[in-house]
Design a protein around this ligand. Structure first.
Ligand code: ADP
Ligand code: MG
Length: 256
């Protein structure tokens, strides 16, 4: 299947939020991403599924410039990120990334976790940053935890704080890398609810996940990766109900 089969013809009307062309990434002699091309429209929710080791995390890390790439081009809203036209600061403003391990600052309160970057990077006053942070904590249902340390929170609460912290930078794109994989099963739902709320708000998102039901429900498009390639993609109904490739079928049989 061609990579752009499901991209509507009106996508040229506005620049894609994310565009990746011919991306190659190796670690030493290990080729991890082999000629990846993809495009995500503003407001689109794209889920990325695939077996462990297929390169999903590396793809997300390349998009937000946490990894240097070997070949290809990555554009965010038409600006090339793999060259020098975007500074790391620009990337931090455009893309919020959420990891499996929440990566909160352990020595800071929840509120300070949310205000640190807006004050340091966006130049907000402490009052402004705190006001925004409290609104975001309300949005993820954790206002009352503002003075807690991450160690005093459950995994689900930590991940909701991490999402609020990313949103505090007012990003245009959110990348999620298995946001619920480190959580006890009973805590998965509260995090997925927060992500579903973001979907409803129209946020542009790429979600790497093993939560197949969730991906089916919220995605506009699903990409299936295997061995460093996007081997199949399409509407979630199609991918989950009648995948074309045996490779995809086998993966889904194991997951569903
Ligand atoms: P996924 O997220 O789909 O499980 P990853 O992108 O994490 O896959 O990894 C893809 C491959 O790249 C794996 O073989 C992994 O071991 C390797 N890899 C990932 N990061 C590094 C790294 N920093 N150094 C060396 N190899 C890496
Ligand atoms: Mg991964």
């Amino acid at each position: 299947m061609s990579n752009n089969e499901t991209i509507p013809s009106d996508s040229s009307a506005s620049l894609p939020a994310i565009e990746v062309r011919g991306l190659h990434k190796s670690f030493g002699s290990l080729s991890v991403l082999r000629d990846i091309s993809l495009s995500v429209r503003e407001g689109e929710v794209v889920s990325v599924i695939g077996p462990s080791g297929s390169g999903k995390s590396t793809l997300a890390r390349c998009i937000c410039r946490l990894e240097k790439i070997n070949a290809g081009e990555i554009y965010l809203y038409g600006k090339r990120t793999d060259g020098s036209s975007h500074s790391n600061r620009d990337i931090a403003r455009l893309v919020g990334m959420i990891f499996q391990q929440f990566n909160l600052f352990p020595h800071l309160s929840v509120l300070d976790n949310l205000t640190l970057s807006p004050i340091r990077i966006l130049g907000l006053s402490r009052e402004e940053a705190s006001e925004n942070a409290m609104a975001l904590l309300k949005r993820v249902g954790l206002e009352e935890k503002r003075n807690s340390r991450p160690s005093e929170l459950s995994g689900g609460q930590c991940q909701r704080v991490a999402i609020a912290r990313a949103l505090a930078m007012n990003p245009k794109i959110m990348l999620f890398d298995e946001p619920t994989s480190a959580l006890d099963p009973e805590l998965v739902g509260e995090v997925l609810d927060v992500i579903a709320g973001l979907v409803d708000s129209g946020m542009t998102m790429m979600i790497i996940t093993h939560e197949m039901m969730f991906a089916k429900e919220v995605s506009d498009r699903v990409l299936f990766m295997a061995e460093g390639n996007i081997v199949e993609q399409g509407h979630p109904k199609k991918i989950f109900s009648c995948p074309e490739l045996p490779r995809t079928q086998l993966f889904l049989q194991r997951m569903l």
